[in-house]
Design a protein around this ligand. Sequence first.
Ligand code: AKG
Ligand code: FE2
Length: 375
Amino acid sequence: MVAPAWWPYRTPPRDVLKNCNHFGNMKRNSNEEKSPSSKSIRLNSPSEGQQPCKIPMAEMATTMAPESPMPAPDNQNEQSASGYEVQAPAGSAMRAAFNRFKQRKSDLSDVLDLRVSEGSRTDESPIFECRPLLGDFEGLPEVCHGLRPYNEWTITTFPSRPGLFVINDAFEPSSHLNWLRSAIGEYSQPPNPTNVNLTGEAGEKYALEAVRWATLGFDYNWTTKEYPDVPRAPLPVEFTDVANCVTNAVGLGEFHADTAIVNYYPLKARLSPHVDRSERDHSQPLISLSFGQSAIYLTGGVSADDEVLPIMLHSGDILVMAGTQRLVFHAVPQVLKTRTFSPPVGLPSDADFTSVVAYANTHRINITLRRTLPS
Ligand SMILES: O=C(O)CCC(=O)C(=O)O
Ligand SMILES: [Fe+2]
């Protein structure tokens, strides 16, 4: 495949593919049969899809699903400390996909990797459409906290899943370790509650390796499944800024995140199928940032029996769930070791990244930015 003019990487798709060591079992070469999903993938050229998608919030009204418990583990590797409960019933499409992709040796040929998947431009019903963010960036909030400039953003939408957006490789490579460092050294620390320090009291001693989640802003109560009326602490400014850049860029307008859950995944961890419905205002999006190692992410529908799409999420990727996609089942059945981070060069001697690099090489961190208060 010849890289289209807007391809955001220096290396062409084939080489990106080759350099990802988890693709050992992906069938992507022209002599092999294409996966069902890649058959209907369409990559837009700039001339085909120049306009940034504008979906007003009002048009993206969600179907409110009844309140039900947050997800939780059905075995040791699933975010056991987090209080999640498995929601997708046995035998449902979501549970079947979860059980399939939690196997380390599962065939990944139908997992969409938006950085490398090839697509045909002639298909009538593409599974996804990938386009650069073009146009006038004047009205958008200034990019910050490691986000790439807007003209380097690639936005993927899914015609049959309006409200689901993925922005691949949205952060400058040099920023990933900074985000990981903050997740380890700040977000997991008091006053933020974590699975190993539920009260968020200062002075508690625990091993970083034991941390599975931290809550910031309005800290979610995993037992009552509720958010409190008053936030414990303001959200870090990088969370609110990045969330607002993202919603503006994808056409969802202003977004004031007030809450975040940070998930810490060792390579063996998983996150069971669930729906995030405890936030009070489901018309507000949920923004998910991924750093460190990669993950297979399953996105389903409002019913656990709806079709499930497996997507690969890599360090620096952003996923947005809004509108019809705000209350869909989703899960992380597997974390994959796909890359090796090295300490940044030329830093002052007090900027020691050794432990951050070691953590980044063996973990994935996901930060979900949410709004719980009605706007
Ligand atoms: O780790 C992810 O990508 C998803 C996290 C998630 O679904 C959640 O925190 O509710
Ligand atoms: Fe979730």
